[in-house]
Design a protein around this ligand. Structure first.
Ligand code: AMP
Ligand code: MG
Length: 345
């Protein structure tokens, strides 16, 4: 039997206090939470997700005071960022306090901390005497969940309860920055807070350290991550003739297009002759749009749900286009890039 979905905060708190796993809503994506100071409970998260233990977790807190108990230093830049953006989609990586279990940080001397902006989860965390360790509530490497049902579909039989906070407003994971003692702020993962907003508050441009490694400092940095089962192919890497040939040989079976918006699709398709236009828009060929209004926020909110939809629809190959680069566009493209770096057969 699968985990119950509900809004019973007392039940969630009891389960978590007893070392159990509860999925929680946040404004970014759903998290798979456990008592962040209890190594055994935290081990359950890695097991349920099939997550390698080199991939550290984020501790979710209900106040800045609580955050300070989890790190050994709280530089001025951390205070500025937390005041400006918490609760919100920004994770701070800081030197860890001794009470934080090594399993949470994957033996790193630093710990990642965030205050999520969801009323249910904030009440839950504030009612507990410990922070919640929570990575995204999906099997490792797959697309992150943005509603309770996504969690139930994939982890329902491995966890104890799913707190239902509706759909996620932001829809992609938090932006992660490390803050050094010298107040140097370095972006480790792009996410739901755009870098322009960060730089504005700090008064200077942030440094970036977003390189992909096989043994990453932040696992959001793995080459392949956030992947649906269907193969994702960047349209710009193919000539229109190659795409048309693919359509011809495979028919429409399991083939589709992912666009940032209808406007982007139209601009692309319009450049070709009538016959090509016909081939590209022929039903039942599937076209998916991240945003109807050409908005980066709407696109981010819809991204993971749309990737899941390919799999539900039995799509085998998806041709996609990049989002425009501004605002959350960079973070969306980062996820698309990793989702598409799976070897295609
Ligand atoms: P998830 O919420 O599934 O994206 O996973 C949490 C992410 O937080 C990890 O994948 C890392 O990218 C990041 N993270 C957690 N702790 C650290 C840390 N100490 N240093 C750098 N990144 C971290
Ligand atoms: Mg994740």
């Amino acid at each position: 039997m699968g985990a119950q979905i509900g809004i019973d905060l007392n039940h969630a708190a009891e389960l978590l206090s007893g070392g159990k796993l509860v999925a929680i809503p946040t404004e970014t994506v759903y998290g798979l939470a456990a008592n962040g100071l209890d190594s055994t409970a935290v081990a359950g998260i890695f097991a349920a997700k099939n997550r390698p233990t080199f991939d550290p977790l984020i501790l979710h807190v209900g106040s800045i005071e609580q955050a300070k108990t989890l790190c050994s230093q709280w530089p001025a830049a951390a205070e500025i960022l937390a005041n400006a953006f918490w609760p919100g989609p920004l994770t701070l990586v800081l030197p860890k306090a001794p009470q934080v279990p090594d399993l949470v940080t994957s033996d790193n001397p630093t710990v990642a901390i965030r205050m999520p902006n969801n009323p249910l989860s904030l009440s839950l965390i504030r009612s507990l005497p410990f922070p919640l360790a929570a990575p995204s509530a999906n099997p490792f490497g797959y697309v992150s969940p943005t509603c309770a049902q996504h969690v139930a579909d994939q982890l329902g039989d491995r966890i104890d309860y799913i707190l239902d906070g509706g759909g996620c407003d932001i829809g992609i994971e938090s932006t992660i920055v490390s803050v050094s003692n010298e107040n140097q702020v370095t972006v480790l993962r792009l996410g739901g807070l755009d870098l322009e907003a960060l730089s504005k508050v700090l008064g200077y441009p942030v440094k970036e350290s977003l390189n992909m490694h096989s043994n990453p400092q932040a696992p959001g940095q793995l080459d392949q991550h956030y992947s649906p089962n269907s193969a994702m192919l960047h349209m710009g890497d193919f000539s229109i003739d190659a795409i048309l040939k693919d359509l011809q040989t495979r028919g429409h079976d399991g083939l589709g297009f992912l666009w940032f918006s209808p406007q982007q699709a139209q601009n692309f398709i319009e450049q070709f002759d009538g016959q090509t236009q016909q081939a590209l828009t022929d039903s039942p060929l599937k076209h998916y749009y991240l945003s109807n209004n050409h908005s980066d926020r709407e696109a981010a909110m819809n991204l993971f749900g749309t990737l899941r939809q390919f799999d539900k629809d039995g799509c085998k190959r998806i041709y996609f286009s990049w989002a425009p680069d501004g605002g959350l566009g960079r973070a969306i493209n980062d996820r698309l890039k990793r989702a598409s770096s799976k070897v295609v057969h």
